[in-house]
Ligand binder design. Structure first.
Ligand code: ATP
Length: 321
């Protein structure tokens, strides 16, 4: 293996830059030529490729986003699109491709490998933490810290005004950001897609809290359940006198300087990706499980099911009585 490529795909996540940096620096350290592919699979099809040097990844470890940019590519979902992508890889002599992205990006990688024999390694990068094979994805920890920061600020003003606040967080169809940020932020109520939601139970809990003298109510809502506005309407129908506001955190959760944890995981995963390619291993997804960097065959990794941490959810309920 002499030349490898790296791209970021799907939604961006803080720490992707740290992963790119690790792939480039470890690749060059091991005598490889490393090419950066811009705008994910679409950039690959469009031949947006440049040589990476040690300095092209300088001063990026602390930056959110991705210097390679990212994209969603409908063309890559077609057989013709993937054939074009494989041609471009061949033209540049890229023998191994590192894909930093989510589930969808890995499915794309799987097809590219199966159809054209491209050597691929996947690194999980998404704030949603919804990739089954890994305990944590790059960006999740930073997104939770951003959410916590917002919850702390909202709590200050909620307490002053004795208000209830709904804070809608991201996570797509998964409730990980809501669960972690809710537990760490001391939320009274956490509403996530993994647990059946009962509006009467939510309102009873708020009423009980008011009776026992609580000055604020923080309700953390995962976007996968409903919007903050919808939930607000449902609660106000039942508790019309409640002073209730809602805040949608939105894309601030996708940006910002990556946390220490995200930078360390990203650096380790980027380095492991290069090691695997040098060991002539491919079609693998890198993960962190029980604090160890591990890798699985892409088919196995994509067939895994994530077990939701219901114990953590139960704990959040106990701690918020
Ligand atoms: P995130 O979860 O952060 O949004 P993701 O990688 O799951 O990241 P997707 O938009 O699902 O994001 O996928 C990124 C790109 O990967 C798509 O735009 C498409 O080009 C490619 N891709 C996704 N699914 C497939 C598939 N089934 N077959 C081929 N390519 C795919």
């Amino acid at each position: 293996m002499k030349t490898i490529g790296v791209l970021t795909s799907g939604g961006d996540a803080p720490g992707m830059n740290a992963a790119i940096r690790a792939v480039v620096r470890c690749g060059i350290y091991n005598g490889l030529t490393v090419k950066g592919i811009k705008r994910g699979y679409q950039g690959l099809i469009d031949d947006e490729i440049e040589d990476m040097t040690l300095s092209s990844v300088g001063d990026i470890i602390q930056r959110g986003g991705t210097i390679l940019r990212t994209a969603r590519s409908a063309e890559f979902k077609t057989k013709e699109g993937r054939a074009k992508a494989a041609e471009v890889l061949k033209k540049h002599g890229i023998e191994g491709l590192v894909i930093i992205g989510g589930d969808g990006s890995f499915r794309g990688a799987q097809l590219l490998s199966n159809e054209h024999g491209v050597n691929t390694i996947g690194i999980p990068g998404t704030i949603d933490n919804d990739i089954p094979c890994t305990d944590y994805t790059i960006g999740f920890d930073t997104a939770c810290n951003t959410a916590i920061d917002a919850i702390n600020k909202i709590r200050d003003t909620a307490t002053s005004h004795e208000r209830a606040n709904i804070i809608e967080v991201m996570g797509r169809n998964a409730g990980y950001i809501a669960l972690y940020a809710g537990l760490a932020g001391g939320a009274e109520i956490i509403i996530i897609p993994e647990v059946k939601f009962d509006i009467d139970e939510v309102c009873d809990k708020i009423s009980y809290g008011i009776k026992r003298g609580k000055l604020h109510h923080i309700i953390v809502l995962a976007e996968g359940v409903m919007s903050g506005l919808e939930l607000s309407k449902m609660i106000q129908e039942r508790l019309p006198k409640l002073d209730l506001r809602h805040t949608t955190l939105g894309h601030i959760q996708r940006g910002g300087a990556p946390s220490v944890m995200d930078r360390i995981i990203a650096s380790q995963m980027g380095s492991r990706a290069v090691e695997l390619l040098l060991e002539n291993k491919s079609q693998r997804i890198i993960s962190i499980r029980n604090n160890q960097i591990v890798d699985d065959d892409i088919d196995t990794a994509l067939a895994m099911r994530k077990e939701f941490n219901f114990k953590l959810y139960e704990l959040s309920k106990i701690l918020s009585i």
